[in-house]
Design a protein around this ligand. Structure first.
Ligand code: ZN
Length: 221
């Protein structure tokens, strides 16, 4: 079977065989006996962790060099996707200049605004969002107001996205002070009106299961 080359941003599932062109962005030290190399590969759509297993007998990759990888396998470690170079992987150095981007790019429709969006209060000590006025670690505290959106974006797949205060203020056109005046109910209404069932181009960094949004703009359908 002939496999297409894919971009890092399009990798979503573990246990798939893929082909990739990427730059060796960083090499890390490994303590493990079974690993010969570990680090980050990058392309113009993002970065992903890679592992070369010692038993695969591959020559060492050089930092900052670009390679074509055929027959990589995706896997995951602690919920984060990675790629594994095993004995079936074919590695070819290439003479291409691949620019590495830290940002993940998505385009799609926001199909859901999660509970916990809008005006929230955070613990002054650990910054966690309070649940029923209580911090899970520090108990009853005087919360600090913040504004955020947690939403579900649908492109080819679905992805949870997180909008911080700056991005949220910009999108709904009111700042935190104004939001406090209006109250959570109207803030949430504004968020839904501005975001729900609309199309956006989104750029952000992957943090756990979320894309932490840095840039978001309307997109014509
Ligand atoms: Zn706390």
């Amino acid at each position: 079977m002939k496999r297409e080359f894919i971009k890092i941003k399009d990798m979503r599932r573990e246990n798939s065989w893929i082909n990739l062109k990427a730059r060796v962005f960083q090499l890390w030290n490994s303590e493990s006996e079974s690993i010969s190399q570990i680090g980050l590969l990058g392309d113009e759509t993002g970065t992903i962790k890679f592992i070369t297993w010692k038993k695969s007998n591959h020559p060492l990759l050089e930092e900052d060099k670009c390679y074509e990888f055929k027959n990589l396998v995706t896997g995951s470690w602690q919920g984060k996707l990675q790629v594994n170079l095993n004995k079936n992987t074919i590695i070819t150095p290439i003479d291409e200049n691949i620019e590495v981007s830290f940002l993940t790019k998505l385009h799609g429709k926001i199909i859901r605004i999660y509970h916990g969006s809008g005006l929230i209060r955070r613990c002054p000590f650990c910054k966690r969002a309070l649940i029923n006025e209580v911090c899970p670690e520090h108990g009853n505290v005087e919360g600090i107001y913040d504004l955020r959106v947690k939403a579900l974006l649908k492109d080819n797949d679905i992805q949870d996205i997180l909008l911080n205060r700056d991005v949220t203020e910009h999108l709904i056109g009111i700042d935190l002070e104004k939001a406090k005046e209006l109250g959570q109910k109207s803030v949430l209404h504004k968020i839904e009106k501005s975001l729900l069932n609309k199309f956006f181009n989104v750029e952000g960094r992957r943090v756990g299961r979320y894309i932490l949004v840095e840039n978001i703009c309307d997109r014509d359908e």
